[in-house]
Design a protein around this ligand. Structure first.
Ligand code: SF4
Ligand code: SF4
Length: 341
């Protein structure tokens, strides 16, 4: 095995990778594949793990990989705050302002996007480092694969040290074993991600560069943490906007087909549906569905599956449509008669 030298390392001796994604796009699997390729097939030291919520789809996911020289002990298990390589698998995370944290003038960013690089650079506020973009979702759809395979190819190329052969071996050994019928498409998606990434070196034109990496010291420690780990900050998920992590599709509601059965409401895990006292199409008074609050909708489409009529169908997550049709549960009165909204 040839000794690999890492192109950059931080003060602890690690080259660090972070993937920003949403559940269902495969960032966790991609992190495992890179970690396994680096440690078991390229002879590096390293570790990987992911952080995600209880839901499988549509919630924010972060996946972390760190590599070091093989003779260094890995004693760091914290999330990657200042990545050398940052991959953004879902573009709307940039809009939400949570993907760009920790970018420095040494960071290479790879984004799943069909937008021009300059537009992405401005959205990320980058003024140094390198920026690569690739339409991973489009390529994945064309190759019958997933965006994570295309992004794996793009990240491998952007890293300049990860061996594409090692990654393909891991893909073949793991996904090829589990889903042999999809292996060819997955390998093609990886190759296209590697070949089609457009990588730009950025020259800082701003007067001030982004801050150099430094680790924040937690304000809470064993001396001053609240007893029993109590959370003393009041919080409320009513104010949480889940739309940035949506999977690109939403339920479309056609009131004329609705029989007010309530199946969507008790299927939805995020309480997007609002029923209120009203009058249905047959002039009967009762609980009627008054709308969907798209802020809480993560696009899992369970409600569409549950709906017994054609009242709910699948549509594209279009900003204008959502702005026009979202029923706000905060401060909006329901209509008196069904059909008035
Ligand atoms: S409204 Fe439908 S698609 Fe949105 S979170 Fe609820 S069940 Fe999922
Ligand atoms: S499941 Fe379909 S028919 Fe039933 S209340 Fe919801 S939208 Fe209407």
């Amino acid at each position: 095995m040839i000794a690999i030298s890492l192109p950059q390392t931080n003060d602890l001796g690690f080259y660090e990778i972070r993937m920003e994604s949403v559940g269902g796009l495969g960032a966790n699997v991609a992190g495992k594949i890179i970690g396994e390729a680096g440690v078991l097939r390229m002879g590096l030291g390293g570790a990987n793990f992911a952080s995600y919520g209880a839901e499988k789809k549509g919630t924010p996911v972060k996946s972390f990989v760190r590599f070091c020289a093989p003779d260094r002990e890995v004693r760091t298990t914290s999330p990657v705050e200042f990545p050398h390589l940052l991959a953004i698998l879902h573009e709307s995370l940039i809009r939400a302002g949570i993907a760009a944290e920790g970018i420095t003038h040494d960071t290479t960013v790879v984004v799943n996007s069909a937008h021009p690089a300059e537009e992405i650079r401005q959205a990320l506020g980058m003024c140094g480092g390198a920026l690569g973009s690739i339409d991973a979702s489009g390529i994945a759809a064309a190759e019958n694969s997933r965006a994570n395979m295309v992004m794996l190819g793009a990240m491998t190329r952007a890293s300049a040290f990860i061996d594409p052969g090692a990654i393909k071996e891991v893909i073949s050994a793991t996904l090829g074993h589990k889903y042999p019928q999809l292996l060819e498409g997955n390998l093609r998606a990886f190759d296209r991600g590697f070949a089609e990434l457009e990588l730009h070196q950025l020259v800082c034109t701003l007067e001030h560069e982004p801050p150099s990496p430094h680790r924040a010291v937690s304000p809470l420690g064993y001396k001053n943490a609240p007893m029993g780990g109590t959370i003393v900050n009041p919080g409320n998920t009513m104010l949480k906007d889940l739309s940035p992590t949506r999977m690109g599709r939403i339920p479309i509601y056609d009131r004329s087909q609705c029989i007010n059965c309530g199946k969507c409401e008790y299927t939805c895990p995020d309480f997007c549906y609002t029923f209120a006292e009203g009058v249905d199409h047959k002039d009967r008074r009762g609980q009627v569905l008054v709308g969907i609050d798209y802020r809480y909708c993560k696009g899992c489409l369970r409600c569409v599956e549950a709906c017994p009529t054609e009242a709910l169908t699948t549509g594209a997550d279009d900003e204008e449509y959502v702005a026009e049709h979202s029923f706000s549960q905060l401060g909006t009165s329901p209509p008196e008669k069904d059909g008035e909204r």
